[in-house]
Design a protein around this ligand. Structure first.
Ligand code: U5P
Length: 375
């Protein structure tokens, strides 16, 4: 059954927007008609697709409004698109504000099945804010179907919000045709990475929860034992602190600040180990991207990370804040080629087995179809 699917997401860099966009692209390839509704063009929607439409939400600045009413503009855009295009289902990524706006739009148009995916920040950050937790709960309960990106996030949602609604785990995925190891040795030369250098990569939005200083401290230990370079990819509020730490530890010659990047698959392809030492992480999409490119990951045993990295098999887990442990595990991988290659192979297989994009897109399709059939 070919469906007309509306997708509401944040268009900016970040796991939720990336997954929502990739999902839309793969659904379109399977013949569904996709309508993105967002404040700007999702950044991974970088070419023309015949059956993908983009509807921009614009907020007018009238002086009667003290604050621009984005949520109302979004709700009326959803209602307009749902009615005109006869959408079969609307997929909201994030309960607040997207599922809440979708519920409002449904009231306007009369009928609109809603699937909501929880990606983490709305639960892990906002769920602790009592002034918003009832709103998140409302968004969840108004949705016909709710999914979350890891079992850990499902558990946390139940604990924090006491919702009655069943929440299904549907894991994140990557497009395996894009995320695979490829020849990119020219980049090693461009970044001044020597023949014998080991490369550790970290990719994030440089927010406090990502604990980037821990990555730098762990790298400092690794660097004492083997020649190595650290690639820091992304940008965000912690950048100043991180730059200062790199200088203080005398690592300026070995750390490359790459800023925000687009072709991440090439950067993973020149890396030996990925490090993500976050204190909160409901999935950790960058882990999956790295694993797909044959990079074993070291991550904290937090949130959804243990569902992505199988400790001792496809990578290593370590305790939050234990930079010594993270460094020792990186050294184990960097000094034992056989162990590294086995884990790299297992990492790629895990992506294709447990996080296979066609299976996961199929799971969403089944959920949509069950709602469209009810309509
Ligand atoms: N990302 C980029 N460029 C950057 C930093 C991050 O494209 O410079 C992307 C990652 O590739 C990933 C997402 O898809 O943002 C972050 O996901 P998460 O790890 O926050 O879930």
């Amino acid at each position: 059954m070919k469906l007309k699917i509306g997708i509401v997401c944040y268009p900016t860099v970040g796991g939720s927007g990336v997954v929502a966009t990739e999902l839309g692209k793969l659904l379109a390839e399977k013949g569904h008609e996709i309508h993105f509704i967002s404040s700007s063009m999702p950044f991974r929607l970088n070419k023309v697709y015949g059956n993908i439409y983009y509807h921009e939400v614009s907020v007018n600045q009238y002086s009667v409004f003290q604050y621009p009413p984005y949520d109302l503009a979004l709700a009326s855009k959803i209602a307009e698109v749902a009615k005109r295009e006869q959408l079969d289902v609307l997929h909201a990524h994030y309960a607040v504000p997207h599922a809440v706006c979708a519920a409002l739009a449904r009231q306007m148009v009369g009928e609109l099945p809603i699937v909501t995916t929880l990606h983490g920040t709305d639960i892990t950050v906002l769920g602790y804010d009592p002034s918003l937790s009832d709103m998140i709960k409302f968004g969840i309960e108004q949705s016909d179907i709710v999914t979350a990106v890891s079992n850990a996030l499902v558990r946390q949602t139940y604990e924090l919000l006491e919702v009655q609604k069943p929440i299904h785990t549907v894991y994140n995925f990557v497009d395996e045709r894009v995320y695979r190891r490829r020849e990119a040795s020219h980049l090693r030369r461009e970044y001044g990475i020597g023949e014998t250098d080991n490369v550790i990569i970290h990719v994030s939005n440089f927010r406090k929860v990502k604990r980037v200083p821990d990555v730098v401290r762990a790298f400092a230990i690794v660097r004492r034992h083997v020649p190595a370079k650290l690639l820091l990819v992304g940008d965000g509020p912690e950048m100043t602190v991180v730059c200062r730490l790199v200088k203080e530890l005398g690592l300026s010659g070995d750390v490359r600040f790459l800023g925000k990047q687009d072709k991440l698959e090439e950067l993973y392809s020149i890396s030996d180990v990925m490090m993500l030492l976050s204190e909160k992480e409901s999935f950790g999409l960058v882990l999956l991207e790295a694993m797909a490119c044959g990079v074993p990951c070291i991550g904290t045993a937090i949130g959804g990370i243990p569902e992505v990295i199988e400790d001792g098999k496809s990578g290593f887990l370590c305790a939050l804040g234990d930079v010594e442990e993270a460094a020792q595990k990186a050294l184990a991988l960097l000094t034992d080629r056989r162990l590294h290659d086995e884990m790299a192979k297992e990492a790629v297989q895990t992506v294709h087995r447990k996080f296979c994009s066609s299976d996961i897109v199929g799971q969403y399709e089944q959920l949509y179809a069950s709602l469209a059939a009810r309509k």
